[in-house]
Design a protein. Sequence first.
Length: 203
Amino acid sequence: MVKHLPLETAFPIDLSKPDVFIGGFLGIMLVFAFSSLAIRAVGKAAGDIIEEVRRQFKENPGIMEGTVRPDFARCVDITNRAALREMVLPGLLAVSMPIAVGLIFKAEAMAAFLMVGTMGGVLLATVLNNSGGTWDNAKKFIESGQLTDDTGAVIGKNTFAHAAAVVGDTVGDPFKDTAGPSLHVLIKLLSTITLVLAPLFIA
């Protein structure tokens, strides 16, 4: 004979409670906020690199002629500094949010925060990884000469389709290389912080 558990025992996390619902809502908000900050960080770092490359071309015309060696170290330094600087805020957000939710709304809300954040993070990471890879592959597909029009003519570089694919790849790279993979780290970090600090959240 199957013994049925009471509803509150089978489902101890009740999302109909306002504080628990807020905890879950903050969990999914953290996932999207973290992703947006990671994507913005890539865009800002890329902008800094572009400005540096333009400066070098302007000050050293010999770079284009092959008579002067570019300052590669400067570009690498900009990239490393941007990677460290721009990820400070997402890192602080990922650490402080679960602590704040657990201390303010307590254990049940923290459990909802962790559950919804984990589910949303896995789904969003899958979307970002797959969409970013698809945009990248679309550009490579066109550049390899495999895309043809109705008449069989090859649609390659210097076409509207290729320009559109380059724009898609520009968006896709931070999706698949930064935001998507970093969400896996966020998910592990949320569970680790929750388990370590669980005694503080239990009233």
